[in-house]
Write a protein that binds this ligand. Structure first.
Ligand code: HEM
Length: 423
């Protein structure tokens, strides 16, 4: 069954789950995939049986993009990979404890200034969100931040964007499943190779500049953080503003909560437990639009089982996080934006949320991302309220464009300063 060229794959796979159940098999070329569509079966595979399913499919194109399997995200599970992941994980944990908070605060304040400078005009904020998220990562990785007009930043982003977009394209997918196609000219694949070479040139230069280790692991860990940490966070912020335009009263509630709890000061990450309305908003956007909707494919390292079904070694496992977050058995009114479901008595449980995956392959940037989502959203909603442009009757389209990252279609918005904001 070839279902994978669908325009919004997560929705399509979720619809198939209605017909075939929470676990079903797809065949594509010589690859067999098992799609998991509820948090229960996803947790069984990724967390409970993590050691059976921590592999990544080895693919022709993946090998090229990851410098021979040396990224953390695409590298297969083995001793070398574990050491690599542990090293980067402990470096990120150190950042979280020491400098991350102030790095994000600095970018949030910069974003505030950028929005004020728009002076109420209707703008598309996606690029500003990308710059903010990317500066957090480049500050951590290179000790360097950029402004939007920097040609170096633009080069880096257009290159990473292209890689993510091309990587999700069916042209590339076809190369992995139908080896014969590799003998034919493939313009999309040639473009991917060009962008990968450009990416490596840019990153090599940076690591040389800073006289850090230049070995392939450091290089590829930097790729992981940039690719994993920029588009995801930026796409999530863009989704949040899009949903808030549809439900303006949610902005008011978050704002009023911050006024009461913080009495005018800017929030710290440690305030999150005292800001349940804001936390509910963050959780609801993570639920409705998990920005990595199908995670990254896993591979069964050995024969195993999921939900009682036999899963042979080398089966590719697709955790459909989008599907799990829309599972009608767990969520009431699953397709509707209702942050209040996560407030006391609302019936929504954060236990069923798995936007970062789980187990051995849990998103490496989860703690970085959580701090970013909280601080950026809090800073934005403390100083601005977002309204649709006056001359546009239509609100943002909430269906989204799904590739590796699930993004909202471009839209414009007016950021109005809250009257209480100090200049
Ligand atoms: C992997 C989600 C932000 C770095 C993943 C996976 C998901 C995910 C679902 C795949 C897990 C799996 O294979 O089962 C998200 C979401 C984010 C986010 C929803 C923000 C809203 C970040 C950030 C960074 C990052 C900020 C870096 C600082 C990575 C890396 C991997 C990964 C390196 C690969 C992990 C591995 O294969 O072992 N992420 N992510 N992510 N993410 Fe994130």
């Amino acid at each position: 069954m070839m279902e994978l060229t669908h325009d919004h794959l997560p929705i399509h796979l979720t619809n198939l789950a209605q017909r075939y159940g929470n676990i079903y098999r797809l065949k594509c070329g010589n690859t067999t995939m098992v799609v998991l569509n509820s948090s229960e079966v996803i947790r069984e595979a990724l967390v409970k049986k993590w050691s059976d399913f921590a592999g990544r499919p080895v693919s022709y194109t993946g090998d090229i993009v990851s410098g021979g399997g040396h990224t953390i995200s695409l590298g297969d599970y083995n001793e070398e990979w574990r050491a690599h992941r542990r090293l980067v994980h402990s470096a990120l944990q150190r950042c979280c404890q020491q400098s991350l908070h102030s790095v994000i605060e600095r970018q949030a304040l910069h974003l505030r200034k950028v929005l004020m400078d728009y002076q109420g005009s209707a703008v598309d904020l996606s690029e500003d969100f990308t710059v903010a998220a990317s500066n957090v990562i480049t500050t951590l990785a290179f000790g360097k931040e950029y402004n939007k007009t920097s040609s170096e930043l633009q080069q880096l982003h257009s290159c990473l964007n292209e890689i993510v977009a091309l990587w999700g394209s069916s042209w590339i997918f076809a190369l992995d499943s139908f080896p014969l196609l590799r003998k034919l000219p493939n313009p999309v694949f040639s473009r991917l190779l060009r962008e990968v070479a450009k990416r490596d040139e840019i990153i090599k230069e940076h690591l040389n500049n800073y006289k850090r280790l230049t070995d392939i692991h450091v290089h590829m860990a930097t790729v992981d953080l940039l690719i994993g940490g920029t588009e995801t966070t930026a796409a999530w912020l863009n989704w949040t503003v899009a949903f808030l335009l549809h439900r303006p009263e949610v902005q008011t509630k978050v704002y009023e909560e911050m006024c009461t709890v913080l009495e005018g000061r800017y929030p710290k990450y440690s305030d999150r437990h005292r800001l349940p309305v804001l936390s509910a908003l963050i959780n609801e956007v993570l639920r409705l639009r998990p920005v990595a909707p199908l995670a990254v494919p896993h591979r069964a390292i050995r024969d195993s089982s999921i939900a009682g079904y036999f899963i042979p070694k080398n089966t590719v496992i697709i955790p459909n996080l989008f599907g799990a977050h829309h599972d009608p058995a767990v969520w009431s009114d699953p397709y509707n934006f209702k942050p209040e479901r996560f407030l006391a008595g609302g019936g929504g449980s954060t236990r069923a949320l798995i936007p970062f995956g789980g187990g051995a392959r849990l998103c490496l940037g989860e703690s970085v991302a959580k701090m970013e989502l909280f601080l950026f959203t809090a800073y934005l909603l403390r100083d601005f309220h977002f309204i649709p442009p006056e001359n546009k009757a239509s609100l943002p389209d909430l269906r989204g464009v799904a590739s590796v990252v699930l993004k909202v279609k471009p839209y414009t918005v007016v950021a109005c300063r809250r009257p209480e904001t100090n200049p």
